[in-house]
Design a protein around this ligand. Structure first.
Ligand code: ADP
Ligand code: TMP
Length: 239
């Protein structure tokens, strides 16, 4: 397979493949917080996130939510459909945490009913500012149809995953999604892993996501692995 590096992000690298419609996505061990201000390599994280993401994307696909995942290629890489990404992040929240608490002064842990939806512009230099439908249309980041579909899919993901996580004794607190176009069709891209969502143990409220890295709580990858195992993700055995 001929591979040319197309893009290196903070946690993943994308390479071309022999198929012009597909990319090789390598999940690296790099872990970043605060828009790339702090980056550390965490052993096994790339592998865990690759298996985690494959499991979630396959689950969403079976539930009728179209996404870019084609197949797992190796322990740390997957083949994905090449998308033209929409430069906004879609955040759905079931429970208040993180920036929602800072911005609105609400207590962490408050149940959000109905769940909330927010758009953020994908721009590290500007620290991913919050945007809305009007700004997205004016600056031509996406069409009204795209906006409606992103919201619809983002909540459809919630219906599937909230239940799946709860069955494993886990609360899906919030998560970030990115979408793109594949031959004109809007589909889910990027990744779903503990790097881009918040997950708490339902009983103890133990933090099992990237907040462990942001808040320097330790055992980051161990927590990701715990979630993966509880969800039934088959991880390679440690040698
Ligand atoms: P970041 O760019 O935020 O640092 P990553 O390290 O995760 O993040 O890099 C992955 C990049 O690839 C992101 O910018 C994401 O928008 C983009 N991307 C994700 N999936 C696809 C895809 N299927 N096709 C093209 N680009 C993608
Ligand atoms: P926030 O509370 O910082 O706004 O984040 C909400 C959720 O979205 C949280 O699970 C982390 C995720 N997220 C990312 O993965 N990347 C980002 O750039 C942002 C802004 C949020």
């Amino acid at each position: 397979m001929t591979q040319t590096l197309l893009y290196t992000g903070k946690a993943k690298s994308l390479y071309t493949t022999d198929n012009p419609d597909q990319l090789l996505c390598i999940f690296r061990n790099d872990t970043s917080a605060f828009d790339g201000q702090r980056i550390e390599k965490l052993e096994r994280k790339g592998m865990v996130n690759n298996f985690f993401n494959a499991f979630i994307m396959e689950t969403l696909n079976k539930a009728g939510i179209p996404n870019h995942f084609v197949k797992r290629h190796s322990e740390e890489a997957s083949i994905v459909k090449k998308l033209t990404m929409i430069p906004v992040e879609c955040v759905v929240r079931n429970v208040a945490a993180g920036s929602l608490c800072r911005r609105l002064g609400v207590s962490a842990g408050l149940e959000l009913n109905p769940p909330t939806f927010e758009f953020f512009l994908k721009n590290d230099e500007l620290h991913d500012p919050m945007v809305n439908d009007s700004l997205i249309l004016t600056f031509n980041w996406a069409s009204q149809k795209d906006i409606d579909q992103m919201k619809k899919y983002a909540f459809a993901v919630n219906d599937v995953l909230k239940k799946l996580f709860l069955e494993a004794g886990l609360i899906l607190v919030d998560y970030k999604l990115e979408f793109g176009h594949y031959h004109g069709e809007l589909i889910l891209g990027d990744e779903f892993s503990p790097d881009g969502c918040r997950i708490w143990d339902a009983e103890t409220k133990k933090v099992l996501d990237k907040d462990r890295f942001r808040k320097e709580m330790g055992d980051v990858v161990e927590a990701y692995e715990e979630v993966a195992i509880r969800l039934g993700v088959k991880l390679p055995q440690v040698a």
